[in-house]
Design a protein around this ligand. Structure first.
Ligand SMILES: [Zn+2]
Ligand SMILES: [Zn+2]
Ligand SMILES: [Zn+2]
Length: 348
C-alpha cells in the first residue's frame, strides 16, 4: 500500500465558529453601512458586509461537508484542494492514475463546493449564492454609496437561503446560533418583502404598458441600486399614467429617497438586455417605434413593447423574409423585391 499522504488538519468545530463569526460581522457591517454619518454610519462598510457574508456562508457550507463523513481525514480530503491526478505508464502498455504531490493547503472554491453538495445531496439555492458572488465581485469596482441599496436587497434575499440551510441541513435554529444578527436579518427581510409588495401594488395603479412590465421589475435606483422603487404619490393622485405621461411620471427609491423619471430606467433596462456589439457583426434588436417614437420596438417580434404597435406587412410576399418598420411602404415586399419589381415595371 502507498504510504499515507500527510493531510492538512481540519477542525470542523473551528470551521463552524468562523462561519458564524463571519456572518455576524457581515450583519454588523451591514447595519453600519446604512446608518447616516451622524449616527456613526459608514457606506464603505457595504463592501465588507458582502465580503463577510459571502465568506461566512461558504465556511458554513464547508462545515456541512465536513460533517457528512465520520472520519476527520475524509473530512479534510473533501475540504482541501486535492492533488492533481496524472497518468503513469504501468510498464505493460497500460496506465495508472496517480495523485501528484499532496493535498494543497487551500480549501475548495464555490464550484467545487457545489459538486460536493451534489455528491452528498445537500440542497441550496445556488442562484442566490452565485448572485452573491457576482455582487461581491462587481462591488469591488464601484463607489460604496452607489451600492447600499443593492447590498440591502441582497441581505434580504440571502435570509431565506441561510434560514433553510441552517434549519434543514444543519438541523439547528438560526436564531439561537446567530443571535442578534439573526434578528436584524429577519427584520430587514420582512421590511424588504413588505416594501416589494407595496411597490408592486402601487405600480398596478400606474398603467405601466403591459409589454414593459418585465422591465419595470428590472429597474434599479440610479443612486443606490436598490430595486425598491415606488411610483410618486403626486403622479398617482393626478391620475397620471406611465403609458401616456412618461415625461413626468416619477419613481421614488424606498431605500434612499432618490426620485427620478421611471420611463428612462425601464428603457435602459430593456436596452441593457438587448445590448449588442457591432464589432462582432451583431445588429440591434430594438429600435425607435415609428408610431410612439420610444426606443421600445422589438425588431424580431415586429411589435412595440410600449404602444403595442404591430406591422401591417410582416413578411415579404415573394421570399417570406420578415419585414421591418422601414419596409412598410413597399406594399408587402422586402426592399430587395420591391426594388426588383420597380426595375421590372420600368424596363417593361
Ligand atoms: Zn436609492
Ligand atoms: Zn410604440
Ligand atoms: Zn422578398
Amino acid at each position: 500500500m502507498a504510504p499515507q499522504r500527510p493531510m492538512p488538519r481540519l477542525d470542523a468545530a473551528k470551521l463552524r465558529q468562523n462561519a458564524l463569526t463571519s456572518i455576524r460581522l457581515g450583519v454588523e457591517d451591514f447595519e453600519r453601512c446604512r446608518l447616516n454619518g451622524d449616527a456613526g454610519g459608514d457606506p464603505a462598510r457595504a463592501l465588507s458586509a458582502i465580503r463577510n457574508l459571502f465568506a461566512g456562508v461558504l465556511l458554513l457550507f464547508k462545515y456541512k461537508i465536513a460533517t457528512c463523513v465520520d472520519n476527520p481525514e475524509d473530512a479534510a480530503a473533501l475540504i482541501f484542494n486535492p492533488p492533481e491526478v496524472l497518468p503513469h505508464s504501468d510498464g505493460n502498455g497500460g496506465i495508472e492514475w496517480v495523485p501528484a504531490g499532496k493535498f494543497r493547503p487551500t480549501t475548495i472554491d464555490v464550484a467545487t463546493i457545489q459538486k460536493r453538495f451534489e455528491a452528498f445531496r445537500i440542497e441550496v439555492d445556488w442562484a442566490v449564492i452565485n448572485k452573491l458572488q457576482a455582487c461581491r465581485n462587481h462591488l469591488e469596482h464601484l463607489h460604496p454609496a452607489h451600492t447600499l441599496g443593492e447590498v440591502a436587497d441582497f441581505v434580504a434575499e440571502l435570509f431565506p437561503v441561510l434560514r433553510d440551510f441552517i434549519q434543514t441541513e444543519l438541523e439547528e435554529l438560526p436564531a439561537s446560533i446567530l443571535g442578534d444578527a439573526w434578528q436584524i436579518m429577519l427584520l430587514h427581510h420582512n421590511f424588504f418583502v413588505d416594501t416589494t409588495e407595496q411597490c408592486a401594488e402601487a405600480w398596478s395603479d400606474a398603467c405601466v404598458p403591459q409589454g414593459m412590465e418585465p422591465w419595470l421589475e428590472e429597474c434599479k435606483c440610479p443612486q443606490c441600486s436598490s430595486t425598491l422603487l415606488a411610483p410618486v404619490q403626486a403622479n398617482l393622485d393626478a391620475a397620471d399614467t406611465v403609458e401616456s405621461n412618461d415625461d413626468i411620471f416619477q419613481a421614488t427609491c424606498m431605500a434612499c429617497g432618490h426620485t427620478t423619471l421611471i420611463a428612462p430606467l425601464m428603457i435602459d433596462a430593456l436596452e441593457r438586455a438587448h445590448s449588442y456589439d457591432p464589432r462582432d457583426g451583431e445588429e440591434p434588436s430594438v429600435e425607435s417605434c415609428n408610431l410612439c417614437s420610444r426606443d421600445t420596438f422589438l425588431i424580431d417580434e415586429q411589435s412595440c413593447l410600449w404602444c403595442a404597435a404591430e406591422l401591417e406587412y410582416t413578411e415579404c410576399e415573394i421570399c417570406d423574409e420578415g419585414l421591418r418598420q422601414e419596409d412598410q411602404d413597399n406594399d408587402g415586399l422586402c426592399s430587395y423585391h420591391a426594388h426588383s419589381y420597380e426595375k421590372f415595371m420600368r424596363d417593361d
